[in-house]
Design a protein around this ligand. Sequence first.
Ligand code: PLP
Length: 365
Amino acid sequence: MEANIIEININNLKHNIEVLKGYIGPYVKFMAVVKADAYGHGLKDIAVHLDNVDGFGVANVEEGIILRELNIRKPILIMGDIFPKDIKEIIHFDITPSISNLEIARLISKYGEKEDREIPIHIKVDTGMGRFGFLPEELLKVIDEILSLSNLKLEGIFSHFSTAGTDKEYVDLQFRRFLELISALERKKVFFSIRHIANSPAVLFHPYTTMDMVRVGIAMYGINPIGTDSPVGLLPVMSLKSKILSIREIPNNWSVGYDRTFISEKPMKIGIIPIGYGDGIPFQLSNNGYVLVKGKKASILGRICMDYMIIDLTNIPEAKLEDEVVIIGSQGEKSISANEIAKRCGEIPYSIITNLKGRIRRIYV
Ligand SMILES: Cc1ncc(COP(=O)(O)O)c(C=O)c1O
């Protein structure tokens, strides 16, 4: 069996969904965001366990098709823009597109007419994220034309927060813009049954924004989106483990790894772990992080290599070949979170978990 394993705890995933549902109450739909291979957890294996959610959020048609091929019948929303070439498959696989411009709305309408199908759409609004979506005043100008297009079912309207984990004032500004737009549309007798804007940090820290549906990613995977490990009742889903491949003694004043960024100041015992930046371990952990061996912290020495990293076992004399090494997760009393690694690396936990490569086997427990 491989030395490197990503262990995914399905019970913790299910627990987190129940906790998050507690935050939103019984009347708000829960869309599970499973883009980017379910945030590195493995799309197929995660999706089949998500029987208690109301729908799925993906980034592109390919991810939607993977879900449909698993026989998942619940709504699937592509949360970003789509390419015109994808419309055919979107309709064939009954995936819901989001609409950020008139041209794509026209094309979808034309295709729906041809196929004699009514296509559900969610209109995306840019309330201050500055990525996809109609600007509010722009949507008010074109809404009549969108309404006049045949074979479109205006099911949802949504927006996305830029700062839900960092800046409440800006959250409130974006939310106010969204509510004002919805009111203006209602005055024109345009109603949407699913209005949504909240992501994980909004659900946890701005619960007044949950509306008709929330789109939750990172919190479902047990990671506190605001980058601290303050308790919000979530349990980590992913652990990353390796094994000790080699143990060696090195003398005083001996360089470790590429470019001599670590030089021993005493005789040391080092361990070599067969995992590196080629597996998605952040290079910034070079001389700047630790792993767990026998329940103790072992510092990372020198530069992370493509396929290896070198750790300090000097104070862990009981360590032996093939012992478990925890890179993310718990061992004994100690644990290392994706948030802690992100902070050390000047990254965000989202990038730490989604960067872990497919060559690390995922196991589901
Ligand atoms: C449009 C949209 N909604 C929801 C989410 C989920 O965000 P989070 O993982 O913070 O819950 C994302 C993720 O980036 C997104 O792009």
